[in-house]
Design a protein. Structure first.
Length: 305
């Protein structure tokens, strides 16, 4: 086991991340978020778990005695982005859809988040607090980066990994993209027309978009402040080669961050045993774009062996 030490935080460093520009923006976001949760497709409970980075919000569904599956969202996507997937996944798993701290959502970061080691310690806190020695992780975009980082840093706590259009672990993202994602975009004030266009531009082409989530994202793009998060950086070849957890990589054919087939080939070369597939007619959030197909691929992989 790789131990992730609790960071030392001085009183001067302690803070509460403000991820909304105004209280009115927060209220509008929470109203839209709660509407999505009220329409959750299966019985569920909302949990707030204390961690070293602050309280973390989870939407938990499925049998409590089933194997655990954690769902990590894309940048600013929130736990609600998995609403189209939970009904299928709880047939075999206790599913925890997580709001990542430091971004918009119901989790609150109480310390600056700068490194993936901090996030790895945070995730082990979640496992311990909900009573799981290990779990499988499905991550989309920035959540995919966190999932692969977790598998590398705490190999005995991760059973299997599903990556959906991951940001960072296999090929570098441009510094311009990272700046736009973490600094420029949160500072913009967008018109309604711009918000709709930006959502489409962000996701790429193909597949469905959950209408309720799209409404939430329109508010997010207008209302969110600057996040605090671990930058999605490429992992080293030796670290990737040493990952023990089986990995499934799914990338939509409408992906705009990189060429899907090329990244799958690179990932297969760097992670022994990795299985990869291009999802047809799917944008960046493939599990939302093609939920039936992605749910089937995920379950076949997670239930095998």
């Amino acid at each position: 086991m790789t131990d992730i030490a609790m960071p030392s935080i001085s009183k001067a460093d302690t803070f509460k991340t403000e991820v909304f520009k105004t209280e009115e923006a927060r209220a509008r976001f929470m109203e839209a978020y709660d509407a999505l949760v009220r329409d959750w497709p299966v019985p569920h409970e909302e949990l707030d778990i204390e961690t070293r980075l602050g309280p973390t919000h989870l939407i938990a569904s499925g049998p409590k005695d089933a194997p655990a599956l954690f769902l990590l969202h894309s940048m600013a996507g929130t736990a609600t982005s998995w609403r189209c997937n939970v009904a299928a996944l709880i047939q075999h798993f206790r599913v925890y859809a997580v709001d990542t701290p430091g971004q918009v959502g119901k989790s609150i970061a109480t310390t600056p988040i700068r490194t993936r080691q901090q996030m790895a310690g945070w995730f082990t806190d979640l496992l311990d607090k909900v009573g799981h020695r290990s779990a499988s992780i499905a991550g989309c975009s920035h959540g995919g980066f966190l999932a692969m980082s977790q598998a590398a840093l705490t190999p005995d706590r991760v059973d299997k990994v599903v990556l959906i259009s991951p940001a960072g672990p296999f090929v570098p993202l441009s510094l311009g993209f990272i700046f736009a994602m973490m600094v420029k975009a949160p500072l913009r004030r967008l018109t309604q027309k711009e918000r709709k266009r930006d959502i489409a531009d962000m996701l790429g082409s193909g597949g469905a978009i959950d209408p309720g989530w799209r409404k939430l994202m329109a508010i997010t793009l207008e209302a969110s402040g600057r996040p605090t998060l671990a930058p999605p950086l490429m992992l080293g070849r030796a670290e990737l080669a040493a990952i023990r957890a089986p990995v499934l990589l799914l990338i939509g054919d409408g992906e705009r961050l990189y060429d899907p087939a090329r990244v799958i080939e690179i990932a297969k070369q760097r992670v022994p045993g990795l299985v990869g597939e291009v999802i047809p007619n799917a944008h960046h959030i493939g599990a939302m774009a093609q939920p039936e197909l992605v749910n089937a691929r995920m379950l076949d992989f997670l239930k095998s062996g």
